[in-house]
Design a protein around this ligand. Structure first.
Ligand code: ZN
Ligand code: ZN
Length: 292
């Protein structure tokens, strides 16, 4: 079984994410390293960086010992394919800032949505994304955190819903070795990959493995889908409560290829805020059931 975890709040300081993750039984976690809905952010204080490292060293999960894997999710404002020069430059600067924060914190990977072409066409957008990533890495050789490109639902002009588009971006990079993949189950399903079907699941993984330019899958986002297959809706649902149901998750948890891969919930928290804790119990139950 992969290293199960969730996106946890970093309200009050990034180091606060660790006790929150421990409380709900995480073996891996995801957090924001700055407010995800604003451009500007104060620099990380040295004391907060130290507190983050200390908390990580002290936090164990029910199935994994310290240090647990940790990824961050980049701000939703960033558009690395923006045709507007000012917005593009702001996006590149914001991505660099997040990667530098992650590097200081020792975060393993920063999950980034590739971008949206805003009417300029997919080919232009994909080329712009690759130039954006090249620019960020060229300007900041001190970045140590890996950049994890996430597959998308393909809503509107959003790029990265298909294996072919992800492969096109990576093939155009100067330093493809700095990039990995984060796959989101809801996004894949919304993009038309029927993960309920074992053959479609294997076909999806085979397509990724066969795209020689594509890097390793370094994280999963485990989300059920409110929208039906192929509807391009990025609407997450609690595990087993959406159109995917429980079977695709049982299959993924039993897949030995991902036994050491972080698997992060981004499902609804619910009125009581306990949604992730409940979904972790559901997932562990599915895995135990599948074994028996
Ligand atoms: Zn995402
Ligand atoms: Zn999503």
């Amino acid at each position: 079984m992969g290293l199960l975890g969730a996106h946890v709040s970093s309200a009050g300081g990034v180091s606060k994410a660790w006790p929150r993750a421990a409380e709900i039984g995480c073996d891996a976690l995801q957090l924001f390293v700055k407010n995800a809905s604003t451009w500007k952010a104060k620099p990380l204080a040295d004391a907060e960086v130290g507190a983050f490292h200390a908390a990580r060293a002290a936090t164990t999960g029910p199935g994994a010992s310290a240090p647990l894997p940790v990824v961050a999710h980049a701000s939703y404002l960033i558009n690395l394919a923006s045709p507007a020069e000012e917005n593009l430059e702001r996006s590149r600067a914001a991505l660099a800032d997040e990667l530098l924060r992650c590097s200081a914190l020792g975060v393993d990977g920063l999950v980034v949505h590739p971008g949206a072409h805003m009417g300029e066409g997919a080919a232009n957008g994909l080329a712009t994304i690759a130039r954006s990533l090249d620019a960020v890495f060229a300007r900041h050789p001190e970045i140590t955190t890996r950049l994890l490109l996430e597959n998308t639902a393909g809503q509107g002009t959003v790029l990265g819903a298909s294996v072919a588009e992800l492969a096109t971006i990576v093939a155009a990079l100067d330093e493809p070795g700095r990039v990995g993949l984060c796959l989101d189950t809801c996004h894949a399903f919304a993009a038309g990959i029927d993960l309920r079907d074992p053959d479609a699941y294997e076909g999806f993984l085979a397509e990724i493995a066969g795209a020689l330019t594509l890097p390793r899958i370094e994280a999963w986002h485990l989300n059920d889908s409110k929208g039906a297959l192929g509807t391009h809706k990025d609407r997450h649902e609690s595990i087993g409560q959406g159109a995917l149901g429980t079977e695709p998750f049982a299959r993924l948890l039993a897949d030995e290829r991902f036994a050491a891969t972080p698997m992060i919930l981004e499902t609804p928290l619910g009125d009581d805020g306990d949604g992730h804790a409940r979904d972790l119990v559901v997932l562990r139950g599915l895995h135990a059931g599948g074994k028996g």
